[in-house]
Design a protein around this ligand. Structure first.
Ligand code: ZN
Length: 125
């Protein structure tokens, strides 16, 4: 997480060490977003994919710059066969954290799968 004003890395203080911006409102929003994220995790464990997707939409809506949010959102969307949205979510995760091996892995697995599905429909025709 970074200070939205001066982009200084967040060091755990509710006031930015560089520009003195009050970060408390941001921390509160982030906390709410994590509540939705935890809720989505629970729902995903119970395979309640529709509800989990709604929770993750709410989490991402509140706080967009958390790589894990987009990773989990992508996985849930993939379970709902919303593949293009899943790919978009993982691309966002990768954009936020270019070294995320999990995002890379998810993306390549799903693009392989889509490729295979395309091939099998071509064979049927
Ligand atoms: Zn700052």
């Amino acid at each position: 997480m970074k200070c939205p004003v001066c982009r200084a890395p967040f060091r755990g203080d509710p006031v930015c060490s560089r520009c003195q911006t009050n970060l408390l409102p941001l921390l509160e929003i982030r906390h709410h977003a994590f509540c939705y994220y935890n809720q989505a995790l629970e729902q995903a464990k119970k395979q309640q994919w529709e509800q989990a997707a709604a929770s993750m939409d709410a989490a991402v809506d509140q706080f967009q710059s958390q790589t894990e949010f987009h990773l989990l959102r992508g996985k849930i969307l993939a379970h709902l066969h919303r593949y293009h949205e899943a790919i978009h979510a993982w691309q966002t995760a990768l954009h936020l954290n270019p070294s995320s091996t999990e995002a890379q892995k998810c993306l390549s697995t799903l693009t392989d799968l889509i490729q295979q599905m395309k091939l099998s429909t071509q064979r049927k025709n």
